[in-house]
Design a protein. Structure first.
Ligand SMILES: CC1=C(CCC(=O)O)c2cc3nc(cc4[nH]c(cc5[nH]c(cc1n2)c(C)c5CCC(=O)O)c(CCC(=O)O)c4C)C(CCC(=O)O)=C3C
Ligand SMILES: [Fe+2]
Length: 375
């Protein structure tokens, strides 16, 4: 086995995230950034703006990322890993281009990138790679030499991502009245995306039938459901459902929606449910509004007891997993063999996204893949 202490060739880690508003005045410009050129109906934008205003115009995502940065720096320091950690976003300050410019000024030339999305999909993977290409292009236009960026592989099946969620489900079950626990359904939930985007997710060989996006989510859901069964001795029914649909109504997106599903469960006599947001790395607005506010209100109206299990957030096991992901990729780049550590049936996902992985509707340059114009 290779030496899992050496970060070379990397000289920095970049946490790459979505970004979110930090106050009421930020909400509209943030939504304009998110939706630039994306054809989201005005009505949907007004509605989503209201979700943010309900929470004072503040998305939880930025504080979640600050906590993750602290956890990463602490984990790296505790393990003698001398690798600076930076943070940049797609849609709000600190903007990716500004962070990359700072990194170049600090002399960083070879950067490992961790995106706060664990799964394959256009929105969760290629779009971040397009953002990286845009930022590198902006630096080049400023006369700076673009650094090399490598995106770390999808970590949906990493034990450091999955085990905290298993603990979260056990805690949520324990919080239900004892007589409801054994029969409680596990309702795994993720971001709905257009079915066409799901079908085209992952490398070409995985396209069709929901693609890598659904395969990966089903694998994680099954691992968690089995671990919870072993731990509690109860074989609970589980389902994978969707939330946070947007887009035009005539375009098919993944279904059923969590609220429709809760209604259906209640009608079928389910005693209780635990909502498990496996699609989200931390408590995003989608979790706070779509699950904790909307779906929870729906369940209350139905008289169906529900709990929402915790997202991974800044769990120290996740920070340790990120350290391992960086060091494994570093070893791979040095040409040394590594044995990736994964749960479930799918194996480790690719280090380098091939051409046509999660294709965009309108092709654009994307960095950190086989088609990286800057590598
Ligand atoms: C798969 C996926 C993830 C998970 C992977 C990842 O984490 O990246 C994700 C994350 C997020 N999405 C977020 C926010 C929004 N997403 C939108 C729109 C969209 N998301 C989509 C997909 C995803 N989105 C899609 C297919 C659209 C339609 C338009 C388009 O094709 O682009 C819109 C516009 C309004 C609306 O339509 O809802 C907003 C405001 C926030 C920040 C939340 C916070 O503030 O805490 C986060 C973390
Ligand atoms: Fe989104």
């Amino acid at each position: 086995m290779s030496d899992l202490h050496d970060p070379a060739p990397y000289d920095a880690l970049l946490l790459l995230s979505f970004g979110g508003p930090e106050g009421p005045d930020d909400v509209v410009p943030f939504l304009e950034n998110v939706t630039r050129g994306r054809g989201i109906p005005k009505e949907r934008l007004k509605e989503v703006g209201q979700h943010y205003f309900l929470f004072g115009g503040v998305s939880p995502i930025n504080d979640q990322n600050r906590a993750l940065l602290d956890a990463l720096r602490k984990d790296f320091a505790d393990h003698g890993l001398d690798l600076p950690v930076y943070w940049g976003n797609r849609n709000w300050a600190p903007y990716l281009t500004d962070t990359l410019r700072d990194m170049v000024h600090d002399g960083r030339r070879r950067i490992a990138v961790l995106a706060t999305s664990a799964y394959a999909s256009y929105s969760g993977c290629r779009q971040y790679r397009e953002n990286l290409a845009d930022a590198l292009g902006a630096l080049k236009a400023e006369g700076l030499a673009p650094p090399r960026v490598d995106k770390l592989r999808h970590y949906f099946n990493d034990p450091g991502f999955v085990r905290p969620m298993i603990d979260g489900v056990l805690a949520a079950l324990a919080d239900l009245p004892a007589e409801l626990r054994a029969g409680a359904h596990l309702v795994f939930t993720t971001h709905s995306i257009p079915t066409a985007a799901a079908d085209a997710s992952g490398p070409v060989a995985e396209h069709g039938d929901g693609g890598a996006y659904l395969r990966e989510h089903r694998d994680v859901a099954r691992v968690i459901a089995e671990a919870v069964r072993e731990e509690t001795g109860a074989d609970r029914p589980w389902e994978l459902v969707y939330q946070s649909r947007s887009g035009a109504p005539h375009i098919p997106w993944l279904e059923p929606d969590i609220c429709d599903h809760l209604e259906q469960l209640h009608g079928a006599g389910a005693p209780a449910a635990v909502m498990v947001p496996i699609g989200f790395v931390s408590d995003h607005m989608e979790v706070l509004y779509d699950l904790d506010t909307e779906a929870t209100a729906k369940a209350a109206e139905l008289g169906l007891p529900v709990r929402r299990s915790a997202t991974v957030g800044a769990d120290p096991r996740f920070a340790a997993a990120v350290r391992r992901l960086v060091l494994e990729r570093a070893a791979t780049e040095r040409g040394e063999p590594v044995r990736p550590c994964v749960l479930g049936a799918l194996g480790a996902s690719q280090d380098v996204c091939p051409v046509d992985c999660c294709p965009a509707r309108v092709p654009r340059p994307a960095a950190a893949g086989a088609d990286d114009p800057y590598a």
